[in-house]
Design a protein around this ligand. Structure first.
Ligand code: SF4
Length: 257
């Protein structure tokens, strides 16, 4: 059973109104992921419209996958949701993905990055942006394609993490090949859904929020499987999730003022 809720959020780019179907029963925290991603995309669509009206069109397009070679952070609920999705795929597809993730792991081990990424996902004190910067650079220097990328197309497009949805640029697409030489103009993100989900998970499970690199996310979700077993009422998860969204929106308004 689900219950429909109308949501109205004031964002720096305008009023967002949306309707969501929320389970009335008890569900794991990963159940909120699709709804949160959609809210984030709707907020982002308002930003896109504002950018286009200001004469700054989005340069991102299908087949341009420079950002799919960057380190992508995901929240614990997203890692669980990704694992659940992968487990619904046909056996052959799961095997193919497992092989791709194994190739990624081998490449990261060879460069001494794998253990750092595993430590990051386990840390009770996730790195801030400054601490993350050298790891981001070392990772991007490898130009290692995401294991979900096939011929420069995302194979899990509808299920991709929020961080992948939020990186949109208005600078020339080719600049993304070398953002150190050409810092890109990224569209502002009014609500970072990954960090909002991390805070939500931290509150519900009374644990510190986690920052999990996508390359290690399936591995992380398998190791932490028991942490996705607790259930909460869907309406309670929605209420706490919106509390985190409002927190990010108020920060976005403060930045604008
Ligand atoms: S999940 Fe998809 S969009 Fe995100 S980095 Fe991987 S291939 Fe790219």
């Amino acid at each position: 059973m689900t219950e429909r809720y109308d949501i109205s959020l004031n964002t720096p780019a305008g009023q967002l109104t949306s309707a969501v179907e929320v389970p009335t029963g008890f569900v794991p925290v990963s159940a909120i992921v699709p709804m949160m991603r959609r809210l984030g995309e709707e907020a982002q669509a308002l930003e896109e419209r504002r950018s286009i009206e200001a004469g700054r069109a989005i340069s991102c397009q299908k087949g341009c996958a420079a950002c799919c070679r960057m380190l992508v952070p995901v929240s614990a609920p997203e890692a669980f949701a990704l694992r659940e999705y992968v487990q619904t795929l046909p056996e052959a597809e799961q095997t193919r993905l497992a092989q791709r993730f194994a190739v990624t792991r081998t490449a990261l081990l060879a460069r001494g990055l794998w253990n750092r990424l595993i430590e990051m996902g386990e840390s009770t004190d996730p790195p801030d942006d400054a601490a993350l910067e050298p790891i981001n650079r070392a990772y991007f220097a490898l130009r290692l394609p995401c294991a979900f990328l096939d011929q420069d197309v995302c194979t899990i497009y509808e299920h991709r993490p929020a961080a992948c949805r939020e990186l949109l640029v208005t600078s020339p697409a080719e600049w993304c090949q070398d953002p150190v030489a050409h810092p890109v103009d990224a569209l502002p993100v009014p609500v970072r859904i990954g960090p909002a989900l991390s805070l939500l998970w931290g509150e519900l499970t009374e644990q510190p929020p986690k920052l999990i690199p996508l390359a290690t996310a399936l591995d992380w979700a398998a190791r932490h499987e028991q942490e996705n077993r607790p259930r909460w009422q869907g309406t309670h998860i929605l209420d706490r999730a919106l509390d985190k969204v409002w927190r990010f929106l108020s920060q976005a308004f403060q930045k604008e003022s």
